[in-house]
Ligand binder design. Structure first.
Ligand code: 9MR
Length: 746
């Protein structure tokens, strides 16, 4: 502990005066310090350092850190052999001074041995002012092999760091986190469509109806009425009322709703925001691209070097070996999109994302809106090539998916490798081009093979008009994958294969077989495939396909049904499929009506799923499809009303779409739009959907701040909350699909 001179002098004079008025210890009895010699009063033992040069200092640890290393962990100051107790909360704090200021340190509490799991991490900037950093987290583990470490590498130039008062205090109360939820009148903070539903939710203690006023931007009251009490909303635990002002249809900006003494955040009535969102949601993919430099001209502020093109320090993705023992060839699997905030590329999740973008286009074509997604709409390098931009964008991923297929002449030829990613998780922030880790192909899986088959089969019909050669290649690859999956129906990706990348493991593949067969059938019309579809256990009317979650990367029955319902084919029981989609929509319609926040998603036991905001949108897309099938306005209205939830009409009063709505998610978990960790990096692009509330709060930040959260409240806009606040290609595809539907209703 380095004491400022004045304090030292004051203490000396207190002692000299014979007084014993030393400050009382503030720690409660149960709070126990885990770190030894965190004040450096007795030298620097038992601290260890790696690739830093200790500088003599009194009462603190100062070190020179070399610049120009690639990773945070290339220079470390740490202490090992600490004990953590599962479920106990700890306050991790330290004082740090950096010269020059502005370098980033990664402060970690984690396992000191492989796989070096981090239980808590933050990456603050260290300044010349000498700041105290303090965080509370809850240990997910019992271990006597924990370490605290400051990983200080990965900065461009040499710098100096002084560290003091490092503390890991056990037994502290878990932090009480109070989200700023703003005014109690909750609206779609972006826009209601002029001829669509207009609903709001008021959080109040009142049990009787309350008066409300709708005001325009000038503050004139343009409508008034009374609220409808709705009782306690299970998804938030709040007592709420609802407001319906659907019949007000004058377009404009800056409207507000006032009730119970509170005024909502402003909103528009109009369609312009949906026209923009349709494109912004799809533009998200360009900056997720691997294997190509991102043009700063096309995306101002987002230009960056190409990631993983066989140029150091990357080791991939042009010649990627398998994990040891899996294969003895290498593959060029460059290109594709990074899955999310990580640098992994996964065939399973690539498949649904491609399907949803291609379906956005197929639906737009069927409903006469293809031009809105046409050539030149997305400002991508291919704009102007005569192909609709959304197809050019999906092609970037399709080419990658095809590269993941096991080549002819190798064992398991035709199967698809499940995924490719780093050997271990990289820290934040990390630009794709600076990722130095070893990349590996993971074993082929049946699920990945079926994703490839389905997406490539769909591509074969969608690209036929623009690029017949590619369409033919895609169909060949799809057939080969289909045959390989039939021959190897039970090759499951391991649930344990989650180091350095997600698992995307799924042991129920009836739905993936059904989806791949449906796409192949819709493209080729072949009777054998039709028979497969009709005999699939998930095709049966007795099979309940429309559960609380309609579909996601692991559940692909409903997308198959939607396509079989919408696209022309010789399926004899097509009407029955259509009726099943409409019955599914009826379920989500009932959920939306029953819930005061109007969302068509009501998970069992109120356990919000990982990526709940996209589950809301996927369920909404079933409603939208029922509207396309029936033209019954009740489905359209419920689908449009679902947008309210993701645009701010929710318990947290937050829009989950970056750049849309006055209070919006913009600190999502990502390694290269990591502005909240490094001011030199951009934040997530406008139109990025955050995963949203997740009741299982798997990450340390969510665990520290959201213990005991109810449904909608299990969310925090913090870059380290990877369980509640990530961005992914399959979530933005849900947003693209629904934004396009909503824009079409203008
Ligand atoms: O979206 C996936 C979610 O359904 C799973 O429950 C979760 C845990 O396996 O993984 C999510 O996907 C992540 C993937 O594994 C790695 N990239 C980021 C994805 C979003 O968090």
């Amino acid at each position: 502990m380095r004491r400022p001179r004045t304090v030292v002098l004051a203490l000396i004079s207190l002692l000299a005066a014979g007084l014993s008025a030393l400050p009382a210890a503030t720690a409660g009895a149960a709070e126990v310090e885990q770190v030894r010699n965190g004040t450096f009063d007795t030298g620097t033992d038992p601290w260890w350092t790696s690739n830093v040069t200790a500088v003599p200092a009194e009462g603190e640890l100062c070190a020179e850190i070399p610049g120009g290393t690639a990773n945070r962990w290339d220079s470390i100051i740490g202490q090992n052999d600490l004990t953590l107790v599962e479920g106990e909360s700890y306050r991790f704090s330290f004082r740090a001074t950096g010269t020059p200021g502005g370098n980033v340190a990664r402060a970690v509490v984690g396992l000191q041995v492989e796989p070096y799991t981090t239980y808590f991490e933050v990456s603050p900037q260290i300044n010349v002012s000498g700041d105290v950093y303090s965080y509370t987290f809850t240990s997910p583990m019992d271990t006597a092999q924990a370490q605290v470490a400051l990983q200080v590498g990965g900065n461009a130039a040499d710098w100096n760091l002084c560290l003091d008062d490092v503390s890991l205090l056990g037994g502290v109360p878990p932090e009480v986190y109070e989200p700023d939820t703003g005014p109690r009148v909750r609206v779609n903070q972006v826009a209601y469509t002029p001829h669509g539903p207009k609903n709001a939710t008021v959080v109040t203690e009142a049990t009787e109806p309350l008066p409300y006023e709708l005001k325009n931007a000038d503050g004139d009251v343009v409508k008034s009425g009374t609220t409808t009490p709705r009782g306690t909303d299970a998804s938030s635990g709040q007592n709420v009322h609802s407001i319906a002002f659907t019949d007000f249809d004058t377009s404009g900006a800056g409207y507000t709703l006032t009730a119970d003494g509170e005024t909502s955040r402003p909103f528009d009535i109009g369609t312009e925001a949906y026209d923009r969102l349709r494109l912004d949601a799809a533009k998200f993919y360009y900056t997720q691209r691997s294997g190509i430099a991102i043009s700063d001209e096309l995306r101002p502020g987002y230009g960056r070097a190409a990631g993983h093109i066989g140029v150091a320090p990357n080791t991939g993705d042009t010649e990627v070996p398998c994990q040891p023992g899996v294969c003895d060839y290498t593959l060029d699997v460059s290109g594709g999109w990074y899955d999310a905030g990580d640098h992994g590329k996964y065939v399973v999740n690539g498949g649904i994302s491609v399907w949803q973008l291609l379906s956005t286009y197929e639906r737009a074509k069927l409903t006469g809106h293809a031009a809105e997604l046409g050539d030149g709409t997305l400002d991508i390098p291919e704009s102007g090539n005569g192909v609709p931009d959304i197809l050019d964008e999906a092609r970037w991923e399709l080419d990658f998916l095809l590269k993941m297929q096991v080549p002819d002449g190798q064992p398991l030829a035709g199967m698809a490798h499940h995924k490719i990613h780093d050997e271990a998780w990289t820290g934040l922030p990390q630009l794709p081009a600076t990722d130095p880790q070893k990349r590996e192909l993971h074993p082929p899986s049946t699920a990945a093979t079926l994703n490839l088959a389905a997406a490539a089969a769909q591509a074969a019909r969608v690209y036929e008009h623009y690029d017949p050669e590619f369409a033919a290649d895609a169909l060949r690859a799809a057939r080969k994958a289909w045959a390989a999956a039939r021959a190897n129906p039970e090759m499951y990706a391991s649930e344990a294969d989650g180091i350095g990348g997600g698992t995307y493991s799924d042991r129920n593949l009836d739905d993936e077989f059904y989806w791949a067969a449906a796409e192949l059938f819709l493209t080729t019309g072949e009777p054998e495939l039709r028979n497969f579809v009709q005999n699939s256990p998930v095709h049966s009317i007795r099979y309940d396909a429309f559960g609380p979650i309609s579909y996601d990367w692991a559940r692909m029955t409903v997308p198959a049904r939607m396509d079989l319902a919408m696209l022309p084919s010789s399926l004899p029981d097509r009407d029955q499929v259509r009726r099943s989609v409409i019955r599914g929509a009826d379920r989500y319609l009932a959920e939306a009506k029953a819930q005061p926040y109007g969302l068509p998603y009501n998970p069992d036991n109120n356990m919000y799923d990982w990526g709940s905001s996209h589950q809301v949108l996927n369920n909404a897309s079933v409603l939208a499809t029922a509207y396309d099938l029936t033209h019954d306005g009740k489905y359209r209205n419920a689908a449009l009303e679902s947008m309210d939830y993701v645009m701010g009409r929710n318990a947290l009063n937050i829009s989950y779409i970056t750049g849309y709505g006055e209070a919006n998610a913009h600190n999502q978990h990502t390694r290269w739009y990591a502005h909240s960790l490094d001011p030199n990096l951009p934040g997530p692009p406008v139109g990025s959907l955050s995963g949203g509330a997740n009741s299982s709060i798997q990450d340390p930040v969510a665990q520290a701040k959201l213990q005991g959260c109810v449904g909608q409240f299990c969310y925090i806009d913090d870059i380290q909350s990877w369980a509640t606040n990530e961005i992914t290609i399959n979530w933005n595809s849900a947003l693209t699909w629904m934004a396009s539907f909503a824009a079409d209703q203008g």
